[in-house]
Design a protein around this ligand. Structure first.
Ligand code: IPM
Ligand code: MN
Length: 346
């Protein structure tokens, strides 16, 4: 699926290269759903857009948003309805320091920062419950309700614990039950209860304020971090910065039951400040493609992409400006695609 970002073509180029070298045929359908489309048609996606997507195995999305279209229109017209309609309740965001990248946090070599943020992606603070009263008067007010359900908390927490079992067996919960007196104590209760079902998994929890400090000072403490929608959103940009750049961070919006397509997109936004300059870092988009292949059962091809992007990052000459280099988006995409093809040759 296309979007406002020039990084999507690079992601596709790399997916095609991985497909060629691993004998996978990708049947790609492009949907030109973007802010430009909105300006022409008044809709981010057609009225039956979700039905058009429903039958696909996966959705590959670029960052959404452009000046001239209000963010709440572009995002609530495309990204958020897809996450919800397709029950993509897990937003999985790996935070890994890659070889070749220096963390702004001193003293952490690659390998020592390697954790996953498991962000609740369907409810929480991102609810539509609320409203405004007395618009345009001195009494104007806005109310927004946070919605936490047992079903919603339990399924995201279960995913986090299951994931921890495949990793280092440790789950950290992001809370704020000292200040938010209804929803967050409820979140803690559900977390404690879920932990009893996973006695082999170590748990801890931190309030979001100090947790943010620990992300910077002790990023090696974490394995799986489970968080509500808003906390997970904020932690993901912080985590990305700690491992070098928001231009590197991938994400997967997963419907683990696979009743609906899952969606793969970078953590970052559409970066309108550099749009059209051809200098956006395509690595988050490319890495998200690797997550998509893994989800589709093509883990060898996914690994090939991850290896290739690490190999390219180890060369300081092919870096975009966010990583201190001078390379263009296209050059980075080309280098990664070439690396895959070269490695694949017998
Ligand atoms: C993200 C983004 C979105 C979110 C925005 C664009 C609505 O920041 O995927 O992290 O908050 O979920
Ligand atoms: Mn975000």
């Amino acid at each position: 699926m296309a979007s406002d970002m020039s990084v999507v073509p690079e992601g596709l180029r790399v997916l095609e290269a991985a497909g060629r070298s691993h004998h996978i045929t990708l049947d790609l359908h492009h949907f030109d759903w973007s802010c430009q489309t909105y300006l022409k048609t008044g809709r981010m996606m057609p009225e039956d857009g979700l039905d058009q997507l429903r039958g696909f195995d996966a959705i590959y999305l670029g960052a959404v948003g452009y000046p001239g279209v209000a963010d709440h229109i572009s995002l609530w017209g495309l990204l958020i309805p897809i996450r919800r309609a397709f029950q993509q309740y897990v937003n999985l965001r790996p935070v890994r320091l890659l070889r070749g990248i220096e963390s702004p946090v001193k003293g952490f070599p690659p390998g020592q920062i390697d954790f996953c943020i498991v962000r609740e992606n369907n409810e929480g603070e991102y609810s539509e419950v609320g409203g405004r009263l007395y618009r345009h008067t001195d009494s104007e007010l806005a109310v927004q309700e946070t919605v936490f359900t047992r079903h919603g908390c339990d399924r995201i927490m279960r995913y986090a614990f299951d994931l921890a079992r495949t990793r280092r067996g440790h789950v950290t919960s992001a809370t704020k039950s000292n200040g938010i007196i209804h929803t967050m104590p409820f979140w803690d209760e559900r977390f404690a209860l879920m932990a009893t079902q996973f006695p082999d998994v170590r748990t801890d929890q931190y309030h979001i304020d100090i947790l943010s400090a620990h992300f910077v000072q002790h990023p090696d403490w974490f394995d799986v971090v489970v968080a509500s929608n808003l906390f997970g959103d904020i932690l993901s940009d912080l985590g990305a910065a700690v491992v070098g750049s928001v231009g590197l961070a991938p994400s997967a919006n997963l419907n683990p039951e696979q009743q609906y397509p899952s969606m793969f997109e970078p953590v970052h936004g559409s970066a309108p400040d550099i749009a059209g300059k051809g200098i956006a870092n395509p690595i988050a988009q490319i890495w998200s493609g690797a997550m998509m292949l893994r989800h589709l059962g093509e883990s060898k091809a996914a690994l090939a992409i991850e290896r290739a992007l690490e190999a390219v990052l180890a060369r300081p000459d092919v870096r975009t400006p966010d990583l201190g280099g001078k390379a263009h988006t296209r050059e980075v995409g080309d280098a990664i695609a070439n690396e895959i093809s070269v490695v694949a040759e017998p």
